[in-house]
Design a protein around this ligand. Structure first.
Ligand SMILES: [Zn+2]
Length: 438
């Protein structure tokens, strides 16, 4: 395969922006060139310089006037919930019992899991998301379908077979022993194969017995490099019920800590209603609070204090995610639009630099994957998104008066969706324009 040279406006973050004027927080090239070989960025800089250093037979793709950024990263969603999205429920527990659990039962069938996996990756790519962290269902077949399709597409994905042995329909229950054995088998079959990362995935404390939490803890100590993903402090009824199930724990966070599941590779979905003690424990463990704004609003779960979590003396690491199917959009742009509005309601402001940092480098750092993902630096994997801020007539009209980069980003976040994704590159290959039409 020949090298490829992309031309466009390059944007990549250096660190967390401290404000809307923090021009030092990012790298921007108005007429940029990105040289890619074998799925890896070789050079990034002004077009003329990068072109001069490229081989004569380099294949050029001109994306001007669009923005080229590192691909979006979605740090929490549920692969078996593509047909749960948009279900009319009053709250989390009703939504789970009425819609989600029955739907997830269908993933015992490999044929169903395989079919949904195809749609799952199509949607991610359509929305500019190149890496995601997903829950599969309790069935090993669902994890097999998930990772096989990631391997086929060359995508860097994190995921895990859900562990759950109580408080759900029979068809969704494993046991402490089978959840342990099957997770080990998923690790053996998929971890490190292609760009796959297996995560230890107890759904949440309500659906795991203490014996299963011990099994999850055993996996965490046997495989300390693996991610752990679960849910924490999403909804008041959930918190109350969880604490009743684990009366010996001080609070919800302490339940996970007691089983060795509170660490720097743990991704806790939601964390909306944490006490100060819990936030301190999260901070000390360097665990990650994953904010899922469209889901939190859709299910009426609450307003996550993102700015406050980051600003506190013992700051909590934060990531952002869609939480499909509790979430209502696959788009990280739509996700950050809702994140912005939540902060507005809390009297805080989330500036567009911070939003775009979070979707890219910030989420890569939250996943401890920033050595490979999240920026346009040479040596990084060439997972990219190409953004068109004039993708719709209404956006194009507004773009007529946009002067600054931050204004353009804010427009993308406020009005953008999959139509604003001009192209998605996975490991240096165009992935959106080559999707099969379906
Ligand atoms: Zn979730």
């Amino acid at each position: 395969m020949t090298m490829i040279l992309l031309r466009g406006r390059l944007l990549s973050f250096r660190h967390t922006p401290h404000g809307i004027d923090d021009t030092g927080s990012y790298y921007f090239e108005a007429d940029g060139g990105l040289l890619i070989d074998k799925g890896v960025i070789q050079a990034a800089g002004d077009y003329a310089t990068v072109k001069a250093g490229a081989p004569d037979d380099v294949a050029e793709i001109d994306h001007r006037p669009h923005l080229i950024m590192p691909g979006f990263i979605d740090t929490h969603l549920h692969f078996p919930q593509m047909q749960v999205i948009g279900s009319y429920a009053a709250n989390l527990l009703e939504w789970l019992n009425t819609y989600t659990f029955p739907e997830e039962c269908r993933f015992v069938e490999s044929a169903h899991a395989d079919r949904i996996a195809g749609h799952f990756y199509d949607e991610l790519i359509r929305h500019g998301t190149t890496t995601a962290v997903a829950y599969c269902s309790v069935h090993k077949a669902s994890a097999d379908a998930y990772f096989a399709e990631a391997l086929r597409r060359g995508m860097c994905m994190v995921g895990g077979k859900v562990m759950m042995d109580r408080n759900a329909p029979q068809g969704l229950l494993d046991t402490p022993q089978t959840s342990y054995d099957e997770t080990r088998q998923v690790i053996a079959d998929w971890h490190g194969k292609g760009r796959n990362h297996v995560a230890i995935t107890p759904r949440f404390a309500i659906t795991s017995t203490p014996a299963q939490m011990e099994a999850a803890g055993a996996l965490a100590s046997e495989f300390p490099d693996l991610h752990i993903q679960t849910h924490l402090s999403e909804n008041h009824d959930e918190i109350r019920y969880t604490c009743e199930l684990y009366p010996e724990a001080i609070d919800y966070t302490d339940i996970y800590a007691r089983y060795g599941l509170l660490g720097r590779k743990t991704l806790f979905g939601h964390c909306i209603h944490l006490s100060d003690r819990e936030a301190d424990a999260m901070s000390e463990a360097e665990a990650v609070a994953v904010h899922c704004p469209t889901s939190n609003l859709f299910l009426g779960s609450g307003l996550f204090p993102l700015k406050k979590m980051r600003a506190r003396e013992n700051a909590v690491r934060v990531a952002v995610a869609t939480d499909i199917g509790g979430g209502s959009s696959y788009s990280m742009l739509r996700t950050m639009d809702e994140a912005y509005k939540i902060q507005q309601l809390l009297g805080e402001r989330l500036n567009p630099l911070e939003s775009f940092h979070l979707m890219t480098r910030g989420n890569a750092e939250a996943l401890s994957l920033s050595q490979r993902l999240g920026t346009l630096e040479p040596g990084k994997d060439a997972d990219l998104v190409v953004l068109n801020a004039a993708a719709t007539p209404a956006m194009a009209l507004k773009m007529e008066v946009v002067k600054a980069l931050t204004e353009e980003l804010f427009l993308l976040q406020t009005m953008g969706d999959d139509r604003a994704i001009a192209e998605t590159y996975v490991a240096g290959r165009p992935a959106k324009s080559t999707l099969r039409q379906s």
